[in-house]
Design a protein around this ligand. Structure first.
Ligand code: NDP
Length: 329
């Protein structure tokens, strides 16, 4: 028996309820590797899976947690042996498959990545899905020509998980970062992570009036989507790219095609869930190279399984700052 955060759904009212409970190892789903989980995190999707489900959870009772780091306990796959430190992000773990909010998890070997050298399991989860995704976005922008010499890079939803990691990693790599936030009280935090400029969310809140504004940004990591992304497209420099990561501000895109046609800008879609093994390894290597560990520590808020129902609600309300690291023990 071991501890887990278990979500149940009342079949008549449809309401979900999450609580810390004990589960039997025999109830774990099928998989070829059993992992003793040490740390997990809280991402936006976790907020949905701890609470209303958001169409992501297939069946109840459910154990959420879209990412985790720990040590292999048993493996039927030759790539992993007992004691190996591993990380998991994506593959719909924590949504369609039981996830990391438990002291043990059973998954497919293909979904795991060996813990990158130099990381503790706690640091790996301080990065987590949010940090991996921010890194995939930075890599995509650079693969499309972004360098620090091109000019300032915009990060939206900057005080959130994706935004905090993007800000710190871009700054460490020599980029001038402009951080968009709706929380003015987080300006010092964002400057500490390396942001040079703070842009109030209200400056980008209005829907587009003109399809082209002055050419300002050499790149953008966008965690917000919606009308903010539409505005940003019109502010990109000629030939620049925007990495679309998230939808914290909405999933619609009330935009104009003019910036694509007259400025040759690119909109790059970023998915972390189904990234092939090699791409995830490349991203973790980049994190190991460019993540300032002192800044990573400054982003982290520690938590336990019993904090998760509250944190799940808070992340959906945009109230969580930086990264939460959940000690499942
Ligand atoms: P967080 O909640 O930690 O961060 C989101 C941030 O967006 C908030 O902190 C806030 O930043 C800002 N924000 C929230 N609501 C609004 C709003 N209505 N309008 C404008 N800005 C808003 O979430 P994560 O960083 O974990 O995830 C960010 C997004 O990225 C989510 O939509 C998530 O689903 C997505 N995502 C996508 C992945 C992929 O594979 N594509 C993987 C991981 C995440 P501030 O207070 O600074 O304004």
């Amino acid at each position: 028996m071991f501890k887990a955060l278990v979500v149940e759904k009342d079949p008549s009212s449809g309401e979900t309820r999450a609580r810390v409970d004990t589960i039997d190892e025999g109830d774990l789903p099928d998989g070829d590797v059993t992992v003793v989980v040490e740390f997990s995190t809280v991402n936006y999707k976790d907020g949905l899976c701890i609470g209303p489900g958001g169409g992501l959870v297939r069946s109840y009772p459910h154990v959420p947690g879209i990412d985790f780091a720990g040590r292999v306990e048993r493996s039927e796959d030759p790539r992993y042996a007992p004691g190996d430190p591993v990380v998991l992000t994506g593959w719909r773990v924590g949504e369609a498959h039981w996830g990391g909010y438990a002291q043990k998890a059973r998954v497919k070997a293909d979904w795991l990545v060996p813990l990158p050298a130099g990381f503790t399991t706690r640091q790996a989860m301080a990065v987590g899905t949010a940090g991996l995704t921010a890194t995939l976005a930075i890599i995509a922008l650079e693969d499309h020509g972004l360098t620090p010499a091109n000019g300032p890079v915009l990060v939206t939803g900057a005080a959130g998980g994706v935004g905090s990691v993007a800000t710190a990693m871009l700054a460490k790599a020599g980029y001038e970062v402009a951080a968009v936030t709706g929380r003015p009280d987080q300006a010092d935090y964002l400057k500490q992570l390396g942001a040079k400029r703070i842009i109030p969310r209200s400056e980008l809140a209005e829907t587009i009036k003109r399809p082209l504004e002055s050419e300002t940004w050499a790149g953008c990591v966008d965690a917000v989507g919606g009308s903010m992304l539409a505005r940003v497209l019109g502010q990109m420099k000629y030939g620049a790219s925007v990495a679309a990561v998230g939808l914290a501000g909405g999933s619609d895109l009330p935009a104009s095609v003019i910036p694509f046609l007259l400025r040759g800008i690119n909109l790059l879609g970023i998915d972390s869930v189904l990234q092939p093994f090699e791409a995830r390894q490349r991203a973790w290597q980049r994190i190991a190279r460019d993540m300032p560990m002192d800044k990573l520590d400054a982003m982290v808020q520690p938590a336990t399984l019993s904090d998760l129902p509250r944190l799940g609600r808070e992340i959906l309300q945009g109230k969580v700052r930086g990264r939460v690291v959940v000690d499942v023990n």
